[in-house]
Design a protein around this ligand. Structure first.
Ligand code: SME
Length: 184
């Protein structure tokens, strides 16, 4: 690897809607870039910090108007609560209980939550009133939800099944590449 920042620079910088093929190419690059970085360290904080950055540059590059890309992880002192972890974007709520909000729903059910319009989702927690759509993917370590990936978008329908597929691959990779046992 040359400069680490090159991994952020490599994504498309589109001002238009990407074709499905171009989108898949960017999302595959996201997952592969994460794996390349995680080959150097198992440290959870380092890997989530770099993953947040990759997510931000990948989605901005795809001309998706993301306003938050990041993580909540299980609170080690309370197995039913998520706490704020590395992210890109504006300040966000620090604690989310299982079952609360889109993040808490993903944590409780173990299923990805794809929300095309947060204003039609009663359980949504508005950290930023400008958010219009959201996707949350659970991260499972030894079968247990240990965290979530959360992406927010300023437009309706910001995410679709292709995002879900590749973000679930990223979640699997994050589950197996980090020293979760030290933090949860
Ligand atoms: N909207 C989330 C809360 C976290 S922020 O979006 C960063 C939710 O409903 O769980």
């Amino acid at each position: 690897m040359g400069f680490h920042a090159e991994l952020s620079n490599q994504f498309a910088s589109s001002t238009e809607r990407l074709t499905k093929e171009e989108k898949i190419e960017s999302l595959e690059m996201l997952v592969e870039s994460y794996k390349a970085l995680a080959a150097d360290t198992k440290n959870l904080i380092s890997n989530l910090a770099n993953a947040s950055s990759l997510l931000w540059f990948c989605y901005k590059g795809m001309n998706v108007n993301v306003n938050w890309t990041g993580f909540y992880i299980l609170d080690s002192s309370d197995n039913k609560k998520l706490v704020l972890a590395p992210f890109q974007g504006k300040v966000a709520c620090q604690e989310i209980f299982f079952g609360k909000g889109v993040c808490g729903s993903a944590a409780q059910t173990g299923e990805t939550q794809l929300v095309p319009n947060v204003h039609e989702c009663e359980n949504h927690i508005a950290c930023d009133g400008e958010t219009k759509s959201e996707i949350v993917i659970p991260i499972k370590f030894n079968g247990k939800v240990v965290g979530v990936i959360d992406l927010d978008c300023l437009d309706l329908n910001g995410f679709d099944e292709t995002d879900k597929f590749y973000l679930e691959l990223l979640a699997e990779s994050i589950a197996t590449s980090c020293n979760w046992e030290k933090y949860i």
